[in-house]
Design a protein around this ligand. Sequence first.
Ligand SMILES: Cc1ncc(C[n+]2csc(CCOP(=O)(O)OP(=O)(O)O)c2C)c(N)n1
Length: 365
Amino acid sequence: MPLKTIDDFNIQQLHILDETGIVDKDLEPDLSDDDLKKLFQAMTLSRMADARMLNLQRQGRIGTIPVNKGQEAASCAPILALKETDWFVGSYRELGARLMRGETLENSLLLFNGWEEGNVNENNDRTLPISIVLASQLPQAVGLAYASRYMKEKDTVVLTMFGDGATSEGDFHEALNFAAVLNAPVIFLCQNNQYAISTPLKIQTKSSTIAQKAIAYGIPGIQVDGNDALAVYQAVKEAVDRARADEGPTLIEAVTFRMLMHTTADDPSRYRSDDEVAVWEAKDPLIRFKKYLTDKGIWDEKSQERLEADCKQQIDDAVQAFESRKPFAADAPFDYVFGTREPLIEAQREKFLAKLEKEGDHGED
Ligand SMILES: Cc1ncc(C[n+]2csc(CCOP(=O)(O)OP(=O)(O)O)c2C)c(N)n1
């Protein structure tokens, strides 16, 4: 008996700005000049803050950090499509998104120096703390989305972000299945930055895209140029509109690149070439977006100078506020493992403090 095709699938890719920053007028999103500038300002602040944090880490003034350079469009643009009352459930490589959600830069400095206070976004209580355990935030996002409808919040949606490596976790697949079956208003945004530490995408998955994983769960999936802020915004906006209208979840794959190390504990030259990095340098999301704003007549070198001076001031202020909090108790992280003091954790605290004592470091700086 001949085989018959019972279904057909395809995956589409969205670009709105080309690699030189020229816009496709037919696809240009309907965004105000103020929103476009707000997005570029956030991307620039994220880029500059990231660079300063890397310096601080190298100077021994903060702990290990994940770096975001190159991923600013994928991180910031989705937030423009959200309302403050929506939920943001992120991973750890979305500094720009967090700044756009009203989190202070001081928060990140505190967090990456082990202060629990850095986990609290005082300006938006619908922004969850960072998730280091890969993909663990995805079922949480689905739970929030499902609960919002259960609680009769008709308008709320949830945006969750994760990396390409996280798509190999069971939590990713369970979350997509649950969201699809429950019709939960959640947007899954994968920042496919090509690497999970040293593991390149081609040995992470045999699928030719991450977006196509949506097909198995019966939900829309789309791939976007993750270095094109307009394409990222547009794809997320359409997914948000569907979710608000109770049309269920969407998986978006934003194709981007991590320009620097995985974290400050990693040396990327051991697993990728300079040539590969150079290819992506030419696709820098900030340069493309700035060209678009300039062509539109709403940005010039003077605005750029003002913006950079303003970002520098914000960063200086945050660093000063953070550093004025010293002395810092080196064992503070042990206070927050559980709500109560547990013998096993206390034993680890003692061991840690004894080690510092032996090394002559009293954790005061
Ligand atoms: C469940 C789990 N397994 C392993 C790790 C260790 N780990 C931390 S980051 C990372 C790579 C993650 O890659 P990806 O999901 O692509 O995100 P990216 O860091 O590139 O943003 C791994 C394996 C972890 N944090 N959680």
